[in-house]
Design a protein around this ligand. Sequence first.
Ligand SMILES: Cc1cc2nc3c(=O)[nH]c(=O)nc-3n(C[C@H](O)[C@H](O)[C@H](O)COP(=O)(O)OP(=O)(O)OC[C@H]3O[C@@H](n4cnc5c(N)ncnc54)[C@H](O)[C@@H]3O)c2cc1C
Length: 495
Amino acid sequence: MQAIEIDHDVLSRRATIVAALKKIVPGEGVIDAAIGRRAYESDAFTARRALPMVVVLPETVDQVRAVLAYCHENNVKVAPRGAGTSLSGGALPLEDGVLLSMMKFNRIKEIDFDDRIAVVEPGVTNLAITRAVEHRGFYYAPDPSSQIACSIGGNVAENSGGVHCLKYGLTTNNVLGVELVLMTGEIVRLGGRWLDQDGYDLLGLVVGSEGMLGVVTEVIVRILRAPETARALMIAFDSSEAAGACVADVIAAGIIPGGMEMMDRPAIAAVEDFVHAGYPREAEALLIVELDGPPVEVDHLVGLVEAIALKRGATQCRISTSNEERLLFWAGRKAAFPAVGRLSPDYLCMDGTIPRKQLPRVLAGMRDLSEKHGLRVANVFHAGDGNLHPLILYDANKPGELQAAEDFGADILRLCVEVGGVLTGEHGVGVEKRDLMPVMFNEVDLDHQIRVKCAFDAKHLLNPGKVFPQLRRCAELGKLHVHAGNLPFPDLPRF
Ligand SMILES: Cc1cc2nc3c(=O)[nH]c(=O)nc-3n(C[C@H](O)[C@H](O)[C@H](O)COP(=O)(O)OP(=O)(O)OC[C@H]3O[C@@H](n4cnc5c(N)ncnc54)[C@H](O)[C@@H]3O)c2cc1C
């Protein structure tokens, strides 16, 4: 992985920078001591760590504005951070930059049940939004497994998804507006309390921009009426091919389940040992399919899905008869990551998306790659969306195993792209998949993407080193042709 070059000029000015930041955010809002900064050295992509130069925890929009304006003027880089649960290293700090934690922005500012919106600060956790509206029968639909901890600001930056996104859409489909502070300190509002906006869809651009275009200081989300009822099916197959075909058949029949998740044999065993949800250990693949809506419709659809599954050779099909049983079916899936974490000292959680019908081919390919790299893999995925989460098991204490795990992960993502898929489904590119971007995009594509970045952050100070593999200054765009290793503009500092 390409190292990020450290700006020693900035480091030499550290004391001045810290003093200036302390004036902007007084009290305990600036963490200067190394021991305090250590807590922020990585996000959930723990394979990469860096001690931030300084951590700042603003409490007001005006403080965010002033911090960014100061950093802009003094050429100091900034990495925004929410709860630090990113699995792609999106919130990895910079050793010569400010880590801007948004977790003190934790207020729910307004709930409007008539307009079906909630106005929240970015540090509010995903689950807290549902908790705040469920007494009136509402909920916030995107539900990452990390929802108890991850912040809505992080969700916006990563365009996060979850089990219910197949039917109800990802973050981008459930966010109506944001307030954003640009690197210059300018404050802009994109979208609003209504369903569409005038002009270009800049809100669509910001959702999923991985903290590289601006710092989100307010989010307006859509809240939905909770479905009247929900029932789940737990369906076992003796091959992942049959399970994959069943997923495709359900969607082809025009049924959009509230959630449709799949696990392979290693994941099933890990989950069953951990949660005892009654998963069949002998199955090669397990589907959890949830149907929600009015009871009559749900009962009808449950019957249809059962018939499709049996036609595809399901070896077992259990249908939940109570809400407790439905939640038990889900308990295993929801705990899949920690369950797999008990199998090995470390794991890398990959995230790629493929056309659904390619599931069998990709799963077979992964088995071959597992042999090639000599590492085990367990698969948990949002089958309905074709979003894979292979968990590659390794031991960081064994020399060479982290590298082998990363090579294995890179091969899986190459395979996803080869079959017509994409490098990420919901975890973002971050630093984890950054160097694989050229597998999907050519130089021209990347140039155009960076032009967008330049329009928001011409000095490339906001979260640099993420997403784009070949770091270019805005001045270089369209002119950066590297021939025989000779980089043009060699005098320009690179990240
Ligand atoms: C156990 C586990 C399960 C997970 N399951 C899922 C899942 O099911 N689906 C899913 O999509 N993800 C999942 N994730 C990944 C992660 O939780 C999401 O990416 C989440 O949105 C990150 O939110 P965060 O608050 O932790 O952000 P952070 O990790 O702090 O930051 C993530 C990115 O957002 C940027 N950012 C944060 N706050 C702001 C802000 N206010 N303004 C601008 N940029 C900002 C950061 O710079 C960074 O690029 C999982 C993670 C874990 C550890």
